[in-house]
Design a protein. Structure first.
Ligand code: FAD
Length: 357
């Protein structure tokens, strides 16, 4: 088995390249995702991690709504059924527990208890290491799909011009899938520019560490969210609104002043102590959006031995071990991936949805 990655696991251009990603089971009425998260927790826990270098830190997720909270409310019975705890908090209780937050304008607050932060880049490296320990060969190299003849792909070309032959090829190339398969994927996986800001926290303060403040989402006109740093190094703020369509290889990764200013205004309102916090660093990343926000796990329509995985659409990281498990089940045991993740649904798709629609 050979694994090729163009720039290496969790590299700075990849969608998985950030420091942390949230794992939570609230998924509106989409039970399949809550079930996948339940399984994902088991699979994440099976990866080797140490106390000094954890892959997961539990914190809970705080859902704040300025208007309709139907998304969380629809999930609550599913979570109860699957054994996940979720509580609606009264305003005064929320304010007492989290004095860092000004809840003005918030109409409902929910706390999802079994949820937290995954160390994204670190987890990608851990998976590569496990693959090598299990006897796989890893190379940092670009893969170019080979010709499809008589319903199969015999080989692919790697960056140094050599050919790699295999019985099965799996392409899990995130926002690059459309470039690799222009006919089958093309702009059906649309990479959009997303900026993440890290603000410095007050000197000596422990209040903005993940152990003292859960991951939070603020549902207003925009959805703004943050994952407090497990080590309290800085305070992450991001806006879930889809940015412009970009090329993930060449996009300008300099953060823009208007985005930083918007984040500051948000902080002044919701986390007033951080209103003038200096920007410590930023990441410019991309979502790889499928038209309906759902994953893609399917065979290439013209090559039975080629599998395409992706379409994480801003929420795929937590699910990645289950995507791997579903793909392995399909390839090795002939299990059918869920219908909603198949390519046929994308034919002629024009709807633009996100996970929260
Ligand atoms: C800002 C931001 C916040 C997010 N927050 C969350 C969150 O809180 N929770 C969550 O669950 N998800 C979140 N996501 C979504 C999640 O991170 C992505 O859906 C997921 O990481 C995508 O993983 P991937 O492996 O499909 O793509 P990628 O991580 O982009 O990996 C694709 C890999 O393919 C390689 N590659 C590309 N082309 C080739 C080629 N030709 N040959 C060989 N290798 C190639 C690249 O080098 C790269 O390593 C977020 C995404 C972003 C950008």
């Amino acid at each position: 088995m050979t694994l090729l990655d163009r720039w290496g696991p969790g590299n700075a251009l990849a969608s998985s390249g950030g420091r942390t990603r949230a794992i939570r089971a609230v998924y509106g009425a989409d039970r399949i995702y809550s079930e996948m998260v339940k399984r994902a927790f088991e699979l994440w826990a099976a990866l080797p991690a140490t106390a000094a270098e954890p892959l997961y830190v539990e914190s809970g997720v705080l859902w704040m709504h300025r208007g309709d909270d139907a998304y969380v409310r629809a999930s609550a019975p599913i979570l109860h059924d699957l054994g996940f705890a979720i509580d609606e908090l009264a305003q005064d209780e929320a304010a007492r527990r989290y004095p860092q937050i000004d809840f003005r304008g918030v109409r409902s607050v929910w706390l999802e208890r079994k949820a937290g932060a995954l160390y994204a880049h670190r987890a990608c490296a851990a998976v590569r290491d496990l693959f090598v320990q299990a006897g796989g060969r890893y190379r940092t190299a670009t893969a170019t799909p080979g010709r499809i003849e008589h319903g199969t792909m015999k080989s692919l070309r790697s960056g140094d011009g050599s050919r790699i032959e295999a019985d099965v090829f799996v392409f899990a190339c995130g926002p690059w899938l459309g470039q690799l398969f222009p006919d089958v994927i093309g702009d059906r996986v649309r990479p959009t520019r997303q900026e993440i800001y890290y603000f410095a926290t007050p000197k000596g303060s422990e209040a903005y560490k993940l152990s003292n403040l859960p991951i939070w989402l603020d549902f207003g006109k925009r959805i703004v969210y943050g994952i407090p740093d497990p080590d309290g190094r800085s305070f992450k703020v991001a806006d879930d609104t889809r940015g412009e369509t970009i090329d993930p290889t060449t996009q300008d990764r300099t953060p823009r002043s208007e985005g930083i200013e918007r984040a500051r205004q948000f902080l002044a309102e919701r986390f007033p102590e951080l209103a003038t916090a200096p920007l410590a660093s930023a990441e410019v990343c991309q979502y790889e959006n499928s038209p309906d926000g759902n994953l893609i796990i399917d065979q290439h329509p013209e090559a039975r031995n080629v599998w395409i995985l992706g379409g994480g659409s801003g929420h795929g990281f937590k699910l990645s071990p289950v995507v791997g498990e579903m793909a392995a089940g399909a390839i090795l045991e002939g299990k059918r991936p869920p219908e909603g993740f198949r390519l046929a649904r994308l034919a002629g798709a024009t709807a633009r949805k996100t996970q929260f629609d």
